[in-house]
Design a protein around this ligand. Structure first.
Ligand code: LMR
Length: 394
């Protein structure tokens, strides 16, 4: 059987990392995968994580299984981050292997209870959304999101699209730092989006992978909190790959929110069954690190400062990139990048230019032109902008 197979296509994002790793060009630059780099071009372990790991090594007493939904202490931390410290919500959280794991669990769970619903994702979206929900058996549709002319949110198009979805359908929203455009709704726009979702009786599924990398830990949760205040039921998929730098520990979470404790408990019982049938129960370490940091005032403060530094550096790189391109005589206006949030922006580079950048200069950008601003450093900015200026001339 295996002999007869064709090769599967490489993943548009992680496949690019594989190609990057093989590239022997000493000046190669990876602006593909959404991984944070510091000024030295490395992806460091956060200080607060190091310290929490030391505590865990000294205090951990067993490697026994966790409950199916993970450690309750971790779930509590996730809910504090999502809804705010003293929020009164009927919610329950399960620890999943990463944000992608949370999305897939959400897909499997929703398919059981909404077998004929369609999932709607923003146009554009993270390419793997299509794969994850398609694999869970859903038809995936696109709703208008990005206005390529103004490089901003196409709110009218989005609201119109929401109105024509079939009641009961599922709408996937990016809580903040929209991947791939970097364009987030403002609070007033979130209100309109929430009202339209409520009116058309859609089910909101929120992908929350970049909390703290946009405007701030609290600010980045405004949209999701607004939705939670307006809509009776929702699912939120969190990831701590980026804001704790815990990429390879696969630490994410799925949170179910409803209007009553009873409904939440019932839904959570079915979520447990779903998880048990996929991976039984989650790995412990990443969740234990997050809970240790969050519940230790000193480490919590240090974490907030480290996330603030990530945010500051990303903002600085956005500004430096725009200024350096300008200094190189690039005519196109890239200033839109400084109004966008998180790791990503749409550069406006077309697929041909993306290909040339990779083949001629060893600069890796996701197809469609998404750039990871967090992969830029002061040291790689000059060669990067020189190359971009060159390809823009062609
Ligand atoms: C990305 O969009 O680059 C990240 O979310 C990493 C991934 O899994 O694709």
């Amino acid at each position: 059987m295996f002999e007869k197979l064709e090769m599967a296509p490489a993943d548009p994002i992680l496949g690019l990392t594989e190609a990057f790793n093989k590239d022997t060009n000493p000046n190669k630059i990876n602006l593909g995968v959404g991984v944070y780099k510091d000024e030295a071009g490395t992806t460091p372990i956060m200080n607060c994580v190091h310290k929490a790991e030391k505590i865990l090594v000294e205090t951990e007493k067993t490697k026994n299984y966790l409950p199916i939904t993970g450690a309750p202490a971790y779930g509590k931390c996730v809910q504090e981050l999502v809804f705010g410290k003293n929020a009164k919500v009927y919610a329950a959280t399960a620890h999943t292997p990463g944000g992608t794991g949370a999305l897939r669990v959400a897909g499997e769970f929703l398919k059981k209870f909404k077998p004929s619903a369609k999932i709607w994702v923003s146009d554009p979206t993270w390419p793997n959304h299509n794969g994850v929900f398609g694999a869970a058996g859903f038809a995936v549709g696109k709703y208008a999101y990005y206005n390529a002319q103004t490089r901003s949110l196409n709110l009218d198009g989005m609201l119109t699209a929401i109105k024509v979805m079939t009641p009961g359908d599922i709408i996937l929203l990016h809580a903040c730092c929209h991947n791939p455009s970097g364009i987030d709704p403002a609070p007033e726009q979130w209100k309109k989006i929430a009202a339209a979702i409520r009116e058309n009786e859609l089910f909101p599924l929120v992908d929350f992978a970049y909390q703290g990398l946009g405007r701030g830990l609290e600010e980045d949760a405004e949209g999701v909190r607004l939705l939670a205040g307006t809509l009776d039921e929702m699912i939120i998929c969190s990831s701590f790959s980026k804001n704790f730098g815990l990429y390879n520990e696969r630490v994410g979470a799925i949170t179910i929110k409803s209007e009553t404790q009873e409904a939440t408990d019932k839904a959570f019982s079915h979520l447990k069954t779903t998880i048990r049938q996929i991976y039984s129960n989650p790995p412990s370490h990443g969740g234990a690190v997050v809970a240790t940091v969050m519940n230790n005032p000193e480490l919590h403060k240090e974490w907030e400062d480290e996330v603030a530094e990530i945010r500051r550096r990303i903002k600085q790189m956005r500004e430096l990139f725009v200024a350096t391109l300008k200094a190189k005589g690039v005519k196109q206006d890239f200033s839109f990048l400084t109004h966008q949030y998180g790791m990503f922006s749409f550069s406006g580079l077309n697929d041909e230019q993306v290909k040339t950048l990779k083949e001629k200069y060893g600069i890796y950008i996701v197809g469609g032109g998404r750039i990871n601003v967090a992969g830029m450093t002061k040291a790689n900015m000059e060669p990067l902008c020189t190359a971009i200026a060159e390809v823009l001339k062609t």
